[in-house]
Design a protein around this ligand. Sequence first.
Ligand SMILES: [Ca+2]
Length: 104
Amino acid sequence: MHHLQFYFMLLGTKICLFFPLGGYWLSGTNLGNGEFYWASTGTAVIYSKWLPNQPDNAKLQDNDFKGENCIQWGIYNRSENAAWNDLECFHKLRYICEEHQYCS
Ligand SMILES: [Ca+2]
């Protein structure tokens, strides 16, 4: 299992008060082949925590009706846990990176 996927399994709890408006970019995308993968490694997204009715690849005027291709992690209802949404990739959001730490 990809480390990032493991972290999100652990983080599937309430993270509400200090969550930034707009949430975070994960490195997940489906650009290119239609299936979601981690752009940082090219590996498939196995674990997911989509909001209800997501991903919806919404084709809106804002995205020239081209749909949504990047995974956003956000909170849409303060009573709900943070979850995923597919969103147009052009938005400027904070992002979460995976860092490898090595023990000596
Ligand atoms: Ca969406």
